[in-house]
Design a binder for this molecule. Sequence first.
Ligand code: PRP
Ligand code: MG
Length: 178
Amino acid sequence: MGNDLDHVLLTEEQIHARLDELATEIWRDYHDKDVLLVGVLKGAILVMADLMRALPGSAPMDWMAVSSYGSGTKSSGVVRILKDLDTDISGRHVLIVEDIIDSGLTLNWIRANLTSREPASLEICTLLRKPEAAKVDIDCKYVGFDIPNEFVVGYGLDYDERYRNLRDIGTLAPHVYS
Ligand SMILES: O=P(O)(O)OC[C@H]1O[C@H](OP(=O)(O)OP(=O)(O)O)[C@H](O)[C@@H]1O
Ligand SMILES: [Mg+2]
């Protein structure tokens, strides 16, 4: 698996340090608001696990599963709900937790979908964002890192369901795609 990576973009230590900072910011904004953390499966599992453990207090979580990428490296823009929230978010303060905003199409769709359920507030936290890949503008309150427009894997991010278990985030060597 090691030689499938081209180069490491972010180490586990860098990721954890940044998530600690984001958790502090988030708690400053939400400590008195009973915030519901909404993770987007499957990519966000590790961001959620580390972010919520870095929060100085406790917050409930829920999960949604949608799919737009399938097995490829390009968003189809067509989003399907594979698993909906268990929670009624009407009147709740909701913070979406994501691993990456790439084209923005997935979150654009999720944001519109959740907004229609009339939460008290709706904000987004993403570990990664690719500014050069944006097809729609996503207003994201908490961003871990802006990264170059390259396909990355690791720390929850997959290529064809693999490499989610890498501790660092990096780019795949070209031979993996061929
Ligand atoms: O901004 P976009 O171009 O829409 O891409 C971002 C989305 O794509 C990935 O999910 P994917 O559909 O691959 O599902 P996964 O989390 O199960 O890997 C990622 O986790 C985001 O949800
Ligand atoms: Mg994926």
